[in-house]
Design a protein around this ligand. Structure first.
Ligand SMILES: [Zn+2]
Length: 340
């Protein structure tokens, strides 16, 4: 069996339909999908969800809450901390299976430990010289398709990642015309990636997923939760994470939720509170700097489609249709499928 995890960063479940995204839609119709989409980790951001896609480990265990993780009594970028557990790539290596990763956001190489894959693009967590880039300096979808075309995809595990939807939705917001145009364009890139899987399709299980969605930022002034914690004299440190935030220290969710612009807060473990903004706001020190963002519980819905030519696909499709998959579903499910 070949298992393919194809991740479209920020692709909204709600924007997948027969007209705008006919290629994604065709896979959902041929296989199946979660009717309400999948569910991201509580902090709806890129790196923690990607790390957990390949480990199945809950942030309560890894402390990779969001784009920042709390390790050795300090916040560090999750993309640098790595997945903090055995990954699907490690398991493939231990079982003598071949694995491939081709990712549009080069930080994801370290976030998912893809250096351990049999083949990885980019080979280091940097953008190779001459790569076509998106507005944030990540590999454009076309560059990911080109890189995937140059790799032997006859493998047991293939992880593919398209980044452009995330960048465009950040720049213009998910409700913009530009977002719709990007989603249509990324559906075409998706179609090209699926075409690369034609050889061996009868043996393939394809999971088409996203990590989170985005929300429109309408308010000019960002919510400075870090500043509010300091000015209240609370003994805690804060990592702003778009429309979400991670607070570690001696504070209660009630204290955090009392800050102006905070929409809510919840306890994640004995020293950690997760918070989110009121709709339209993002966390930060100054004015907003993006028109779209994510992090809050409002952005937890994921694309969750399973398709492919393998005979097990109808059974998996019925699972997706009856029980909502989450970020933590994929690693144990793929381990079971590959027998690793
Ligand atoms: Zn993302």
């Amino acid at each position: 069996m070949r298992v393919v995890l194809l991740i479209m960063d920020s692709m909204p479940h709600s924007m997948v339909n027969a007209t705008d995204t006919p290629n994604i839609w065709a896979q959902a119709c041929a296989g199946g999908r979660a009717p309400e989409g999948g569910l991201s980790l509580p902090i709806s951001v890129t790196y923690s969800n990607h790390a957990a896609f390949v480990t199945g480990l809950d942030p309560v265990e890894t402390k990779l809450w969001g784009n920042a993780g709390w390790v050795d009594n300090k916040f560090s970028p999750t993309a640098e901390l790595g997945p903090r557990g055995e990954t699907l790539f490690d398991k493939c290596n231990n079982a003598g299976l071949r694995s491939v990763a081709v990712v549009g956001d080069h930080h994801i190489v370290t976030a998912i430990g893809a250096q351990s894959a049999t083949a990885c693009w980019p080979p280091t967590p940097e953008v190779p010289a001459g790569t076509e880039l998106d507005a944030y300096g990540y590999a454009a979808d076309s560059a990911v398709v080109a890189a995937a075309s140059a790799v032997d995809l006859s493998a047991d595990l293939v992880v593919l990642h398209l980044n452009e939807p995330d960048t465009t939705l950040h720049v213009f917001g998910p409700d913009s015309e530009e977002a719709l145009a990007q989603i249509k364009a990324s559906d075409q890139s998706y179609s090209e990636l699926v075409s690369l899987l034609a050889e061996g399709w009868d043996n393939t299980v394809l999971f088409t997923i996203s990590d989170h969605t985005q929300e429109q930022i309408t308010e000019e002034q960002a919510i400075n939760l870090r500043g509010a914690v300091e000015s209240n004299g609370w003994q805690a440190v804060v990592a702003h994470d778009g429309t979400g935030a991670i607070v570690v220290g001696d504070v209660t969710p009630e204290q955090i939720a009392s800050v102006d612009g905070v929409g809510g807060a919840t306890r994640a473990d004995d020293q950690t509170v997760l918070a989110w903004t009121e709709p339209g706001f993002m966390f930060g020190k100054r004015e907003r700097y993006t028109m779209g963002n994510h992090g809050s519980p409002r952005c937890r819905t994921q694309l969750a489609i399973v398709s492919g030519g393998h005979s097990i696909v109808p059974e998996l499709a019925s699972q997706f249709e009856t029980e909502q998959p989450t970020t933590l579903t994929y690693a144990p499910l793929i381990s079971r499928l590959l027998g690793i």
